[in-house]
Design a protein around this ligand. Structure first.
Ligand code: PLP
Length: 399
């Protein structure tokens, strides 16, 4: 018998890990590596949130176990915040607090899927999605959209991938890794199609506040209200309030499914840390002006990085309208010679860029689409400029 279960042994090692480990090793040697890999805002958590957490630490009420589904005040505040921000109206009993958005993803699939159930997975996708589907016994069915449509998938593509076993569509707008934001009409068309075919929607709205160019993030069950009874909305405080380390996310959905997911959670991990829940309460019930300031900073960097990337021959960078990622195609550069090497895929090209330009980027293989790089622009603007300039100088040598 093997020491590790087949289920866990089957987890694909992240394609980002190799680059990440090398970047850290180079940094430890004192090399000036610039990292575009981090999927987290570089701002501190706003003061009023930190203060609420500090007070919570001293309050005995937070020292013991609390309800598995989450603190009642937080569930209530999230219901109110959801109505305020996306127009989705739900009762606090329809909200389950989870250990970050990541656990919301995992719990959503663990609660919805039976072995063999298929999930339509729009690619480029966030690395965690296929693993959480597979770990829950489901089968991810990849539907890929490329830069020619701004990484937006169509109903026709979804319909072509639909089978009798299709149970769920996983939707993420604004998207990690592309920054693509689905316009309202397309959200509506996809939502209507899912409703007609009795397909559940798991919609990850974690980047809802990070949209630019006057775009809005449309919530599918708001645009198509009849879909609400077969939709789970995933969200969290990590990206909006620069709170990645606090680990608070949530699922909002139909009461029966939320109850089932809460029962699962009661055995899995009990309640989410009370101090973090109190911090999340201060975040979601508090003002959005801090969010507007971070968004303005991201927007300036977004324009800068797209302009710089677009100047590099062989790099095709659609303008992302959300999140904090740019996702250029570098397909035109694969197989060309750079410093005596001929990288044939983006894992190899990312490795070359790390060694020769001392810049870390995440290859598209991590997101189901080789031929691309993900650049996170959650870093200081001078580092951003220096990093992309170094990449540009190296890639200009391609022959
Ligand atoms: N969903 C998406 C699309 C993400 O990019 C992330 C983080 O990278 C998450 C969910 C989960 O965030 P967290 O677990 O930090 O709340």
């Amino acid at each position: 018998r093997s020491r590790v279960s087949a289920r866990i042994a089957g987890i694909t090692p992240s394609a980002t890990l190799a680059v990440d480990a090398k970047a850290k090793a180079l940094k430890a040697e004192g090399r000036p590596v610039i990292g575009f890999g981090a999927g987290q805002p570089d701002f501190p958590t706003p003061d009023h949130i930190v203060e609420a957490a500090a007070a919570a630490v001293r309050d005995r009420a937070n020292h013991g176990y609390t309800a598995a589904a989450g603190l009642p005040e937080l569930r209530e505040a999230i219901a109110a915040k959801t109505l305020r921000d996306s127009g989705f109206d739900c009762d606090p009993s329809q909200v389950l607090i989870t250990n970050g958005g990541k656990q919301a993803v995992y719990s959503a699939f663990a609660t919805l899927l039976d072995p063999g159930d298929e999930v339509l997975l729009l690619a480029p996708y966030w690395t965690t999605y296929p693993e959480s589907i597979t770990l829950a016994g489901g089968v991810p069915v990849q539907v890929t959209a490329d830069e020619s449509t701004g990484y937006l998938a169509t109903v026709e593509q979804l319909e072509a991938a639909r089978t009798e076993r299709t149970k769920v569509l996983l939707f993420n707008s604004p998207s990690n890794p592309t920054g693509a934001v689905y316009p309202r009409e397309q959200v509506e068309a996809i939502g209507r199609w899912a409703y007609e075919h009795g397909i559940w929607v798991v919609t990850d709205e974690i980047y809802e506040h990070l949209v630019y160019d006057g775009m809005t993030a449309e919530s599918m069950p708001v645009v198509v209200p009849e879909l609400a009874d077969q939709t789970l909305i995933l969200n969290g405080v990590a990206k909006t309030y620069s709170m990645t380390g606090w680990r608070v996310g949530w699922i909002a959905g139909p009461t029966d499914v939320i109850k089932a997911a809460a029962s699962y959670q009661s055995h899995l991990c009990g309640n989410v840390a009370n101090v973090s829940q109190r911090a999340a309460l201060a975040a979601v019930a508090g003002p959005l002006d801090v969010v507007a300031e971070m968004r303005a900073a991201f927007d300036a960097r977004r324009k800068r990085i797209v302009a710089l990337l677009s100047e590099i021959p062989g790099v095709d960078c659609p303008t992302p309208q959300g999140a904090f990622y740019a996702y250029p195609s570098v397909k035109a550069l694969l197989g060309k010679e750079i410093r005596g090497e001929r990288p044939e895929d983006t894992v190899a090209l990312a490795d070359l860029i790390l060694r020769e330009a001392e810049v870390a980027v995440v290859p598209g293989e991590a997101f189901g689409t080789p031929g691309y790089f993900r650049f996170s622009y959650a870093l200081a603007e001078e580092d951003l400029v220096e990093g992309v300039t170094r990449v540009g100088r190296l890639l200009a040598e391609a022959t």
